[in-house]
Ligand binder design. Structure first.
Ligand code: PLP
Length: 801
């Protein structure tokens, strides 16, 4: 706890109005909508693009807040608030950072700083899980890693902690120096560097240099040797007394419970840190086995009896509780639902219990919670503190709650389920969740929009975007995806067949649609639904011309030129003849002219690609001159957009990248996987040594095993090539290998090492912790094939936060 006077002193040079110098300050407030209207808050009036913090001073003053930091040139007059303390500073964000840096200097326990392009939040969460048996840890809530998030996180450091773990992210040059001042890490982890040039950075090198600034004074920094650019930079720029711990995957001889590369890398960073802290390999290996996949944000789920669930069942602390309650309040479609909170004991608090639970009660009141269910001996012990909540129930353990629970106990409520890991609240979530049975592909629409924007950022102003939604939008479900794309202002859609285009029109899609394989029998349909055929050969052109002239039906057409794919299209040498024929059919308007790159994803083909680009440029100059109206010219697919910005012409054609799979390892943008294929366990069996599983008796048990039968087979698109251990699914985040042959509608997996797997439990086939790329690699194919194989009988479920 500080006084306003002390803090004002830290902000040397600020103009100060201070009628009450000794006013206590214990919280920093940057968001006026926040729940914690503590009279001990110091409010920072941040100027923002959407909300100017200064506009809230009046409201907060009325609510009893008395300490403010405002921008020097703001129109606000401190004299209008005679009882309030004010600091007027040149930049409010910097004042926030200065105060946090000042607070940080008061503690001399170790502080881990984590930066890099990917994995920061997971590494932070995992390290916290791994080290919490020995250390009392303070860490950033969720992904508080920005210019504002880091200071707010650091403010939570207190004398009774023993270790701090914080992440730091940046989007512009010069930001990291400030975060370094605030965090002042004594141990560092540099996770990796993405090859994309984020807005604001000239090059990868510049990004590494900027991130390195976090560690300028940090004695020990961990990095991965395989990220060569990072490793080389660190070795070249470290000071003589700085120690760089660069691990190599071969350094770890123990097993990691992850299959995908990203999780493996994150876990290895954690393992390297534990080694540095002198844990032995056996202990590290054992703890890793118990790591949970961390959901990156609160999950919103549909519950039983018209309830909505907010699943935050992985940790429990006061800051997290406040965030979760705010999240609850923001759910617009839940305003009529009564608010329930199911909470476990708070294990990681070190203030006296009375005080912590008192703070919980305050938060519950502010969030207008109607019903509270407390689980744990501490809550049970302090239940009298909760007397003012309308309805309360207390249980010593999760099991007791589950025993007492009846399905009808919860109706028309929005329920926050939040518990420390030890309480295993995922069991409660499972009970309260509306069970979606069988196999389904869940599509995250937010991730899709993220990916779209990622590619949009690569485009020069004015360049249009066509999105390929052929093959059910690469398996994701075309109508829903198409309407989202329409909403987000995409210019064109591309489909393979006329029927796909008709289906989109019937769903209300108004965007222009190109059809790549138009047969003569579909011309009428295409005219009726205003679909635009691709034309790739003289034979086809003749048929279409004849139809258009006979019916006097105009068509907008797209000419495909073959510049090297050797698949469909006119040869560049055929262009003059093509132009001649087109001139005779006024019904046909050339809407666009395009070609397709054969090897844009791999640099080994770059010379070939350059040739394709130059053939195309020749075609463009011929066509430009000869056609009555300049059409759109386009060449690039997803990999091309990422790697050949110079060839954008008038439009690009985005495909696989939108669906979250990087088409090229050489220029990966930071994409988010959009689909998770899930199925459920239909039955669990124990089998004895010598027994066999499935057709052909291919799965043999060499020892006693537990086997789960899943509701997915090759008719759902789960390839038979995954049989006999080639493939695996994730159950509770752990690997369950396929045993025996994949059947038409079912697959058996070995769950012996996972524990008491239950019927109805969920299994992840791909997505979330098991990348499509990894699985595709297992059966020697590419992600495109796996995605488009998911059969139509698999239900698509769309969601966004
Ligand atoms: C499918 C397709 C694309 C998209 O390719 P991705 O590799 O998925 O980006 C672009 N152009 C044409 C002609 C296509 O058929």
């Amino acid at each position: 706890m500080y006084t306003f006077q002390e803090l004002a002193h830290v902000l040397a040079g600020a103009a100060v109005q201070m009628p009450q110098p000794l006013w206590p300050v214990d919280t920093l407030l940057t968001d006026s909508r926040s729940l914690s209207y503590s009279p001990r808050a110091l409010f920072f009036a941040l100027p923002g693009t959407h909300h100017d913090g200064h506009a809230f001073v009046e409201e907060l003053y009325a609510k009893g807040v008395r300490c403010f930091v405002i921008q020097a040139e703001a129109a606000l007059r401190p004299e209008a608030y005679p009882e309030a303390n004010f600091c007027q500073v040149p930049r409010v964000v910097e004042a926030l950072q200065q105060l946090a840096a000042f607070h940080r200097r008061g503690f001399d326990y170790p502080v881990v700083g984590i930066t890099g392009s990917n994995g920061k939040t997971i590494v932070k969460e995992w390290l916290t899980q791994l080290l919490s048996p020995e250390y009392r840890i303070v860490s950033s809530p969720k992904s508080y890693n920005s210019q504002i998030g880091v200071p707010l996180a650091v403010w939570h450091m207190a004398a009774d902690h023993q270790l701090g773990i914080f992440e730091a992210g940046i989007s512009q040059p010069r930001e990291m120096e400030r975060l370094a001042q605030v965090l002042h890490p004594t141990l560092g982890i540099f996770t990796n560097i993405g090859s994309a040039h984020d807005e604001g950075f000239a090059s990868r090198q510049e990004k590494i240099a900027e991130k390195w600034k976090l560690f300028a004074d940090c004695p020990v920094v961990i990095c991965a040797r395989q990220h060569e650019a990072v490793y080389a930079y660190l070795m070249a720029h470290r000071s003589p007394d700085q120690h760089i711990v660069a691990w190599h995957p071969d350094d770890f001889s123990f097993p990691f419970p992850f299959a995908d590369e990203a999780s493996l890398e994150n876990a290895r960073h954690c393992a390297a840190m534990l080694r540095w802290l002198r844990y032995d390999d056996e202990a590290i290996a054992q703890r890793l086995q118990h790591l949970l996949h961390v959901p990156m944000r609160l999950e919103f789920k549909e519950g039983i009896n018209r309830c909505s669930l907010i699943d935050d069942s992985y940790n429990n602390d006061l800051v997290g509780l406040r965030i979760a309650l705010e999240f609850m309040r923001q759910q617009k479609n839940a305003v009529n639902l009564s608010r329930t909170v199911i909470l476990s004991d708070i294990l990681q608090t070190h203030s006296p219990e009375e005080e912590s639970y008192g703070a919980v009660v305050d938060l519950l009141h502010q969030a207008k919670i109607a019903r509270f269910i407390g689980i744990g001996t501490a809550l049970l012990h302090h239940q009298q503190l909760f007397a003012s909540i309308p309805q309360t129930h207390f249980f010593a353990t999760t099991e007791q709650f589950l025993d007492a629970y009846k399905n009808s106990d919860f109706q028309d409520a929005i329920i926050l389920v939040k518990g420390a890991r030890a309480f295993r609240f995922e069991r409660i979530v499972q009970r309260l969740q509306l069970q979606a049975h069988g196999t389904r592909l869940e599509i995250n629409l937010d991730a899709l929009v993220h990916n779209l924007n990622m590619y949009r950022h690569q485009l020069r102003p004015g360049v249009k975007m066509m999105v390929m939604v052929k093959a059910l939008a690469y398996g994701s479900g075309s109508a829903e995806i198409a309407s989202l794309l329409q909403y987000h202002g995409v210019d064109y859609l591309g489909v393979a067949y006329a029927d796909e285009g008709v289906a989109l029109r019937e769903q209300g899609i108004r965007l222009p649609i190109m059809v790549m394989n138009p047969s003569a029998s579909t011309f009428e349909k295409m005219a009726l639904f205003q679909l635009e055929p691709e034309v790739y050969s003289f034979g086809q052109l003749k048929e279409l011309s004849a139809y258009a002239q006979a019916t006097q039906q105009p068509f907008r057409i797209h000419l495909k030129i073959d510049t090297g794919m050797r698949r469909l299209g006119f040869e560049p040498t055929e262009v003059p003849a093509l132009l001649q024929q087109l001139a005779q059919v006024p019904q046909l308007t050339v809407a666009s002219v395009f070609s397709h790159l054969a090897g844009a994803d791999e640099s080994q083909h770059d010379t070939f690609t350059q040739n394709q680009m130059s053939y195309f440029a020749d075609v463009v100059s011929l066509m430009e001159k000869a056609l009555p109206k300049r059409p759109l010219f386009h060449l690039l697919n997803s990999a091309g957009i990422a790697r050949f910005p110079e060839a954008q012409w008038d439009m690009v054609r985005l495909g696989i990248g939108l669906y979250g799979t990087a088409p090229s390892t050489e220029a990966s943008l930071i994409l988010q996987p959009i689909g998770v294929l899930k199925t459920t366990v239909s039955q669990v069996k124990t089998i004895q040594p010598g027994e066999t599983v499935g057709y052909g008796r291919r799965g043999k048990a060499d020892q006693k095993k537990r086997i789960a039968t899943l509701a997915i087979g090759y008719a759902d698109g789960y390839s038979r090539a995954f049989s006999n251990g080639v493939g695996w699914v994730l159950i509770r985040g752990q690997k369950a290998p396929v045993i025996g042959n994949v059947c038409m509608d079912m697959t058996m997996v070995d769950v012996t090492s996972i524990g008491e797997v239950q019927e109805g439990e969920e299994a992840i086939v791909f997505g979330e912790g098991l990348a499509v790329e990894t699985l595709a690699h297992q059966i020697h194919t590419i992600p495109y094939e796996l995605l488009t194989r998911v059969s139509e009988r698999v239900k698509r479920v769309f969601y966004s936060a």
